[in-house]
Write a protein that binds this ligand. Structure first.
Ligand code: GDP
Ligand code: MG
Ligand code: K
Length: 297
């Protein structure tokens, strides 16, 4: 029997820390979306591609759909809203253990402006008693007419396979957009930069929030197979530079060591990683610099 092939694009939205990256990683089975306890670590769209013999789902991790606090926030929101009208389905993730917050309501108001079917994903069901689920579902139903409501645990993988089956029902007949073995359409450089950023956010538990940016200045493979990467970490203040460098360079060394382990796994090659820290004052509010850093409108 020759089944028709279904494919399409699915945006993952939800306020910070509801588990968007965790879900994407659970589905794709590889560490491409960056996870962190601190909000807003995923800044660009990450395309994860899930392929079977009869379907292909291209996931967009859409982080910017929340109240903007700076030009970067504004930019993120535009990207997010544009994306939502173009995709075949929207996965709206919420944290069932947290209750409906202002951030969720803000997103629901935005969803009323788009025609794309919205699948409500009740994540973190491992954190609530099953009996608590029905009243939570009723609360969400009062707010919006969701196409589907699917409880999952992205962390443990519960009901994620069922969610994938449901998503495919919303995809039109279409081609295989990406080779079946491709998991992300982002260049390796972007993923490397994000891995470095992730290590900084994890290791510096101080005032190093999302105001940092990492760019890869140079990445090349030498004749002996070693990949040489030179990366610049941009911060807004001298004090932040000091924190990232650490006592006698100890923090920067540890960031580099941990990032290199992940990058070597990603690239499958021995890697030499060179890190620089530069201060660019208030870069978040300078459009030109945003463009330099690779943000596109
Ligand atoms: P994002 O900001 O929406 O991308 O959220 P993350 O994927 O970074 O997850 C935020 C935090 O929630 C991390 O500590 C995850 O381990 C945790 N988390 C995500 N999904 C689940 C889940 O299903 N159950 C539990 N208990 N924790 C989860
Ligand atoms: Mg994320
Ligand atoms: K996060």
């Amino acid at each position: 029997m020759n089944q028709k092939f279904h494919s399409g694009f699915v945006a993952i939205i939800g306020r910070p820390n509801v588990g968007k990256s965790t879900l994407l990683n659970q589905v794709i089975g590889q560490k491409i979306a960056i996870m962190s306890d601190k909000p807003q670590t995923t800044r660009n769209k990450i395309h994860g591609v899930y392929s079977t013999d009869s379907s292909q789902i291209v996931f967009l991790d859409t982080p910017g759909i929340h109240k903007p606090q700076s030009k970067l926030g504004d930019y993120m929101m535009k990207v997010a809203e544009g994306t939502l009208n173009e995709v075949d389905a929207i996965l709206f993730l919420v944290d069932v253990a947290e209750g409906i917050g202002g951030g969720d309501r803000f997103i629901i108001e935005r969803l009323k402006q788009v025609n794309t079917p919205v699948l409500l994903v009740l994540n973190k069901i491992d954190r609530v008693h099953p009996e608590e689920l029905l009243p939570i579902i009723a609360q969400y139903k009062d707010l919006y007419s969701f196409a589907e409501i699917v409880p999952v645990s992205a962390l443990q993988g519960n009901n994620v396979a069922n969610l994938l089956d449901i998503i495919v029902r919303y995809l039109p007949e279409g081609p295989q957009y990406y080779p079946a073995d491709q998991v992300t359409d982002h260049p390796e450089q972007f993923v490397c930069a994000e891995l470095i950023r992730e290590k900084i956010l994890h290791l510096t538990r101080e005032e190093i929030p999302h105001s940092i940016a990492v760019t890869i200045e140079d990445m090349r493979q030498e004749e002996n197979g070693v990949v040489h990467i030179s990366a610049v970490i941009f911060v807004e203040r001298d004090s932040q530079k000091g924190i990232i460098i650490g006592k006698q360079g100890a923090m920067l060394k540890e960031v580099g060591r941990q990032a290199r382990v992940d990058i070597e796994r990603l690239l499958g090659s021995k890697t030499f990683l060179e890190l620089w820290v530069k201060v660019k004052k208030d870069w978040r509010n300078q459009e030109r610099i945003l463009k330099d850093l690779g943000f596109r409108h």
